[in-house]
Design a binder for this molecule. Structure first.
Ligand code: 3HC
Length: 308
């Protein structure tokens, strides 16, 4: 029986692919690429907000932020575990990240310059993540889909806490309201870039959709995010920095302007405002953790000798 044809039939019939199933090398490779970069994004994503834990304005805000940053670490671990079911080595993936051979989400290369950014990241970045990740609960690869179900539940808490933080600031002083607007102005376009390049420039979308790895295209999810976010911005009382933003009754969607795709490719290429800082921080954390890995390996070896 033609394994390839059997695989295509199973996937197009919405059958889940499990670790022990036969799969084309390209499918395995694409999954390791996407899930590893997703995991890298979660881990690097801890840095921008982590920057504000020690400066949160109240114990409540500090506790919420601590819980959120800790969640992101957990998301990274679930996703690295999913790559290991495909035969990837977590140590190698970390080497790929710190040596620039693999990517992470462009959004985390923008600095968090004010406390309002903590709310804006929750509202816009985690909001975009929810739009992009809920469809992945139906991705064809079983371990990835199951990891996403738990991650999406926690993302909705992330988005709500961010929006509530901004609501509180918007009911505060003029200075707080101005801080929120300035933060939204900085994060709106980079949030739209999170969904990837336009479909016309997306090298992976067509095949990933055929393999039911991706369930929607980049542009579809970007549109969904804009449609969801505009009413929230109105309720919040902030303006989104896009003069082209307008409801289009014929389309039943908001028309909106295009992000600066040159900027996007610059940031993806490692030349964003904070790329070097983020990767250097991750590299140092990995190096500082070498003694823990060595101790765990020595303990496991001694345990194996005693068992042997
Ligand atoms: N940042 C960095 N690189 C990006 C990118 C972004 N925002 N968007 C696309 N790219 C890269 C792709 O990785 C690809 O490069 P590669 O072939 O070397 O991997 C190239 O640009 C072309 O893009 P494609 O559209 O062809 O790539 P994909 O089909 O992989 O689509 C994606 C990109 C939409 C990000 C898709 O990979 C995806 O849905 N990934 C899973 C979700 C994810 O990773 N989200 C990232 C944010 S995680 C997060 O937000 C955490 C939350 O807690 C805040």
């Amino acid at each position: 029986m033609d394994l390839e044809a059997e695989f295509e039939r199973a996937v197009s019939g919405e059958q889940r692919v499990e670790p022990r199933d036969w799969m084309p090398d390209g499918y395995r490779k694409t999954l390791i690429r996407q899930i590893a970069q997703h995991a890298h994004s979660e881990i690097i994503g801890m840095q921008p907000e982590g920057n504000w834990i020690s400066r949160a304005p109240s114990l409540r805000r500090k506790a919420i932020l601590l819980a959120k940053v800790q969640d992101e670490a957990g998301h990274g671990l679930y996703l690295y575990a999913a790559t290991e079911t495909l035969g990837a080595d977590r140590g190698e993936l970390t080497e790929n990240l710190v040596n620039g051979r693999q990517k992470y989400s462009s959004i985390f290369n923008y600095p968090t310059l004010s406390y309002a950014d903590v709310g804006t990241i929750g509202w816009l970045v985690d909001g975009a993540a929810i739009c992009n990740q809920v469809p992945l609960c139906r991705t064809s690869y079983g371990p990835y889909a199951r990891a996403m179900i738990r991650i999406c539940k926690e993302e909705s808490f992330h988005q709500r806490q961010g929006y509530e933080l901004l609501m509180t600031m918007m009911s505060g002083t003029d200075a707080q309201r101005a801080m929120v607007q300035e933060s939204v102005d900085r994060f709106w376009w980079p949030s739209l870039m999170m969904f990837g390049p336009p479909d016309s420039e997306s090298a992976n979308t067509e095949q990933s959709m055929k393999w039911r790895i991706k369930r929607n295209t980049n542009d579809e999810l970007r549109q969904k995010f804009v449609d969801m976010t505009v009413p929230q911005a109105e309720k919040l009382g902030v303006t989104l920095p896009d003069p082209a933003l307008k409801w289009n009754p014929e389309r039943g969607h908001y028309d909106f302007g295009q992000p600066d795709w040159d900027e996007f490719w610059q940031v993806v290429g490692g030349n964003g405002p904070a790329n070097a800082q983020r990767v250097a921080h991750r590299r140092k954390a990995h190096e500082d953790g070498e003694w823990v890995r060595a101790a765990a390996a020595a303990h496991a070896a001694r345990h194996a000798r005693q068992e042997g």
